[in-house]
Design a protein around this ligand. Structure first.
Ligand code: HEM
Length: 409
């Protein structure tokens, strides 16, 4: 691999990273070849078909289509978006009380094949809901909330749009940081202290922009809708008490399989920053995060691994004893810690607080029309990826802080 070769300069060329958009898929397709019309007819109507309890019957009647007419990467990505969102809707149509044991053949077989070809798991991921699920209303217009639209959606209306598109804007805000990573790596290799310091300054600015973009979550997403309505459609069939055995993919394998649900823990961004800055995760938090790498675009996972193989930036900063470099490194770790701290606030607003309200309503055992009371109870203490949330997130945040150099911490 050219970029992993220590003699050639490190570049992002072979990792499916866009200069302008980072890990976001540039210009996702909006349509599949006409042969796949039946998939798209259902996928584009997911919210209304779930609402009328008809999605499962539509999927059951779907013909078994061959995936062989999908050729280009972007065709496969759109097929994965459509099939994965259909699968989530199929499993969770009736809530946590009436799930299914088996995904029918007409969905399971092509979903499996497309997943194999992309190197994705056969479940909905961050790469589906966020990275490949957008279009600009005006193609020449700006990349902002007013001009962006989702391709495929799940129940939850405007909050679904807000949730996926704000996350997309966080990914966009990180693009300059990704562009700076090769400069850091090449600067460490050649001993160019100034270049490394400048690139780290760019990265910490980009981290601040990510936090600012994340702040839009509270503008565009309603916590009760997120918690009570849409979150179940992101959840998977691993470590999930309401699907203890996982899911059978009919026509693929007779034994059930277990996969975690969609989560931005599957975004490659923070994994790259952790490896670059020398942030070390341990125990359960490390194993969860490492497992999430299997839910990424394989080229992005490879980038994370290749960054981890480079000479240590942290040791370089220590050895150089350069004030500007020390400061720039310190800023990066501090901004990454702050991003994770702000994310914990977001999680308490969107999960902990509504979960407490739902428990309170249940304890009063009154029937309530409040949206939060519709939320699944099995997910109360868990993230959609299956983790026990706040403890996990605080551990990961504190491990970030530990990467500060002793004299600056
Ligand atoms: C309403 C908005 C959000 C909620 C409720 C939320 C919730 C969660 C939860 C529960 C976890 C624990 C892991 C799991 O089980 O899935 C998690 C992890 C994570 N989330 Fe979010 N999240 C939100 C938005 C975002 C956004 C926009 C990003 C940025 C791309 C993000 C990045 C992460 C990362 C990187 C992790 C892994 C832990 C870490 O590395 O610090 N989240 N999130």
């Amino acid at each position: 691999m050219a970029s992993a070769d220590s003699k050639a300069p490190f570049s992002l060329d072979s990792y499916y990273v866009s200069e302008e958009l980072g890990f976001i898929l540039p210009e996702p397709l909006e349509e599949l070849p006409p042969y796949y019309q039946e998939w798209m007819d259902i996928a584009l109507r997911i919210p209304e078909l779930v609402q009328s309890h008809e999605l499962r019957s539509h999927v059951n009647k779907m013909p078994l289509l061959s995936s062989e007419f999908l050729q280009k990467h972007r065709e496969l990505r759109l097929a994965h978006v459509a099939l994965s969102m259909m699968a989530m809707a199929y499993v969770w149509q009736e809530g946590e009380k009436d799930t299914v044991e088996m995904l029918p053949r007409s969905l399971a077989v092509p979903f499996w094949e497309v997943s194999q070809r992309l190197g994705f798991p056969p479940i909905f991921t961050h790469a589906d809901g966020v990275l490949a699920n957008w279009k600009k209303k005006d193609p020449k217009g700006p990349f902002d909330m007013d001009n962006l639209e989702l391709l495929v959606s799940i129940p939850g209306g405007e909050s679904v749009r807000g949730f996926f598109l704000v996350t997309l804007l966080v990914e966009l805000a990180a693009a300059p940081a990704l562009r700076n990573i090769p400069t850091v790596i090449n600067g460490v290799r050649s001993g160019d202290t100034e270049a490394v310091a400048r690139a780290l300054e760019g990265i910490s600015q980009s981290m601040q922009d990510m936090t600012d973009a994340l702040k839009l979550m509270q503008v565009y997403v309603e916590p009760a809708v997120f918690y009570g309505k849409m979150r179940i459609y992101l959840s998977g069939w691993r470590d999930n008490p309401c699907m203890p055995n996982g899911l059978i993919y009919e026509g693929v394998q007779t034994e059930p399989m277990e996969y975690s649900g969609g989560s931005a823990a599957q975004s490659s961004l923070l994994h790259c920053f952790d490896e670059l800055l020398g942030v070390k995760h341990e125990g359960n938090s490390a194993s969860f995060l490492i497992r999430m790498r299997n839910y990424m675009v394989p080229a992005h996972k490879r980038l994370i691994q290749d960054i981890s193989l480079q000479p240590s930036l942290r040791s370089f900063v220590e050895q150089q004893a350069c004030e500007r470099l020390n400061q720039a490194f310190h800023q990066c770790v501090t901004k990454l810690t702050a991003l994770r701290s702000y994310h914990i606030n977001v999680v308490s607003r969107f999960i902990t607080v509504p979960a407490a309200r739902a428990r309170q309503l249940r304890n009063q055992s009154q029937s309530s029309s409040e949206m939060v009371s519709e939320a699944p109870t099995a997910l109360e203490e868990r993230g959609t990826g299956g983790s026990s949330i706040i403890t996990f997130l605080k551990t990961v945040r504190d491990e970030t802080k530990d990467a500060l150099l002793p004299e600056t911490s």
